[in-house]
Design a protein around this ligand. Sequence first.
Ligand SMILES: Cc1ncc(COP(=O)(O)O)c(C=O)c1O
Length: 397
Amino acid sequence: MREGLAINGGAPVRTNLLPYGHQVIDDVDIHAVIKVLRGEWLTTGPTVEAYERAFADYVSAQHAIAFSSGTAALHAAVSAAGVGAGDEVITTPMTFAATANAALYCGARPVFADVQGDTGNIDPDAVESCMTSKTRAILPVDYAGQPADLDALAAIAERHGVPVIEDAAHALGAKRRRQRVGAISTMTIFSTHPVKHITTGEGGMVTTNDTGLAQRLRAFRNHGITTDARTRGERGDWFYEMVLLGYNYRIPDILCALGLSQLAKLDRWLARRRDIAEWYTMAFQEVPEVRPLTIRPECESAWHLYPILLDTDRLAADRATVFKALRAEGIGVNVHYIPVYWHPYYRDLGYSRGLCPVAERMYEQLLTLPLWAGMTDADAADVIAAVRKVVGVYRRT
Ligand SMILES: Cc1ncc(COP(=O)(O)O)c(C=O)c1O
């Protein structure tokens, strides 16, 4: 039976590789970008402001500050929270390194709290036990698009007098108790990398209801200077002051034109992602070796990713073999994530394996299936067929 697998020379489910994530760009997007290119402002102009306003309105936050990347947005948010040398920031190992790196950029130490094995989100009990007098912020990730347990995290944060900085790079449009993420935590960060829900090529955003933080974030994006060139131009003024050590983390108007155009399509794309995710979940009810993530009843996931947990005890193959077999079938599976502290850079900082056993066990079982708004029904059917085929062949009888 194994000869039927593409990895062993059999016919693949599809011949062109279906990526796990991909942007969707149409002529409206292209014309929006061209219009800015033909205009006066290529950067730090009115389109940045219009994009920020539309984004803030979408998530019902008072302020949205756009950045050149989600990573820059994270750096800015951690810095604006006053995190500095000798401080600790509690975060999750089940994320892209950028989340924890933001603490390192500010001279702080990331403290990894373990996750819940059924959602991949940070476990509030683990967070509580990591709190010390040095803790300056809690930095959860809305893993795969499902909001973390923000009520419990906010309660811990309040008790200890620290902010929650929510990394919602996966969760634009997600809801918790019917409220969109973006105005639930002290600050929320987003990414608009091409695999995310909407794209600006590269880009990020911080949303907040705190006006003081919004001012700090704006200054941080622009070298720590209190005004931008456009404002000075309008005032006919040359004077400016640098009040904190910032960076050039500005995002051009060209990219914000794309973001604004993409934002108009977000709800439709979220619905498409959800439909595909529900289809997968239903199909895998009949594949007991495959366990989708649990979605809590109070949450609506934005379905950035569709990770599955493979019950490797029931398979005559490990995750790496299943990964290779699915790739050979034309399915661009991926793995999100290697626990952050397993990376050599973190190992050299003194973190060791065994720190977060639930995340480590999850990592051994995880596979991310393709999920993006431009996928056709036939694409989704190919994913299901390939998973059934590969798991069926490796199933222990
Ligand atoms: C959870 C998480 N945080 C932060 C980032 C960083 O965002 P960016 O790639 O826009 O810098 C990513 C990007 O993949 C991410 O997945």
